[in-house]
Design a protein. Structure first.
Length: 148
């Protein structure tokens, strides 16, 4: 996993606390979609980001500890989506068997983010006195030169 680059001060940032149950995934998907659409992000990129957000929220619910929060930040070049929880273990991709029902979430994030994802300690935005771990991914807002 990559390490997070420092965010420039010109970013637009949204943050939300999330419930500690399965409703968090749907709320995260809806909030991320709404924020990214307001920012004028391309529809296909919004779909990818929403899918990845649901994967990292699910991962936090399954393997992390409450409280949970998510944030979406953007500048003209990229968007960064983050889920924070207070669990200690860092998420690690694993190789699921063909019959396994779980274990593919971080692989999806790794592929769709082109390897720009990771996990590190971070303060909560909605509870500034708390420290947790942030699982994140970044996506360019426009295709790179190799895609042109």
């Amino acid at each position: 996993m990559s390490t997070l680059r420092p965010a420039p001060h010109s970013r637009t940032q949204y943050a939300w606390p999330l419930p500690g149950d399965a409703q968090a995934v749907g709320q995260a998907r809806a909030a991320a979609r709404e924020a990214l659409e307001k920012l004028g992000v391309d529809a296909e990129l919004v779909d990818d980001a929403v899918l990845m957000m649901s994967e990292i929220v699910t991962n936090a619910l399954l393997y992390g500890d409450p409280p949970y929060e998510m944030s979406v930040s953007a500048d003209p070049r990229e968007i960064v989506c983050v889920v924070v929880d207070s669990g200690r273990p860092l998420p690690a991709p694993r190789m699921p068997g063909s019959g396994d029902e779980r274990g593919r979430g971080l692989h999806i994030v790794a592929i769709l983010s082109d390897g720009f994802y990771g996990c590190h300690p971070q303060r909560y935005l909605t509870w500034p006195d708390r420290l947790g771990k942030a699982t994140w991914f970044a996506l360019p807002r426009t295709p790179g030169p190799e895609a042109a």
